[in-house]
Design a protein around this ligand. Sequence first.
Ligand code: GDP
Ligand code: K
Ligand code: MG
Length: 295
Amino acid sequence: MKEHKAGFISIVGKPNVGKSTLMNQLVGEKLSIITSKAQTTRHRIMGIVNGETEDSEFQLIYSDTPGIIKPQYELHSAMMEFVHGSLEDADVVLFVTDIYEKYDEEDVIQKLQKTQSPIILIINKMDLATPEIIEEKITHWKAVLNPAHIMTISALQNIGIEGLLEQVIKLMPVHPPYFPKDELTDKPERFFAAEIIREKIFLNYKKEVPYSCEVVVTAFKESDDIIRVSSEIYVERDTQRAILLGHKGERIKKVGTEARLEMEQFFGKKIFLEQYIKVEQDWRQKRIKLDRFGY
Ligand code: GDP
Ligand code: K
Ligand code: MG
């Protein structure tokens, strides 16, 4: 019989370097929402991949995490707790950087130096770089962190992902599976429904509005041919509620349509979606409200 390998792989790094894009490529599903805005990802999201090589069966449990930042709100502190938790569990750390990243990583580096697990440093967005820039980044990272491996990839264009996967499997410990083999993630369906709505909000509004929004799915009722989803969107102020709605509610209607279409793809069923907008003053700063929202 083949040996079984299993382990936790944490995807960490600064905002917007492509962590969620990479996670989705590795898992082969869009589990994590992606936008060009920093702080899109707020939770630790696990994606599970089962497979086999010539010599072993494996289960890889990836964790996508929020980008590492200096907390300004209680919400940020909760987000950074997810990052720390994920580093503590890690058998392998994928430290994602991109070709734009400036050389001011001390806070992040200090966190990584504390982990015992091997680090694969990833230089992402190679599709946008010249060989000279990549060479410069490699030299830099060897000097400051000296990770077990450095790999250059494009998560967006699916370049270098195969090679990365091989490295990850090599580093996995021999261990029985942690999750049943038909499980894709640790999060419930309604979590993904809420995330899809949140992504559409990030894509449709500017400035502070997306950051002030939280989405809660209050009902997720599946029948043979349709899923009925009820959601509440929380904002911090009445003015934000007005912006979210738009003239005659047209803007939020657009969000709803886009979210519904993506949910139909994700869940493979027709979706009936309800959205209610509520004001919850300063929820990002209040521990008690964050608890209620699952942070
Ligand atoms: P995260 O904040 O680290 O999770 O980053 P995201 O995965 O949300 O990606 C941030 C932005 O970078 C999005 O607009 C992505 O489409 C883009 N992006 C991610 N990977 C690549 C890549 O390999 N090449 C290019 N050109 N863009 C990328
Ligand atoms: K992002
Ligand atoms: Mg992300």
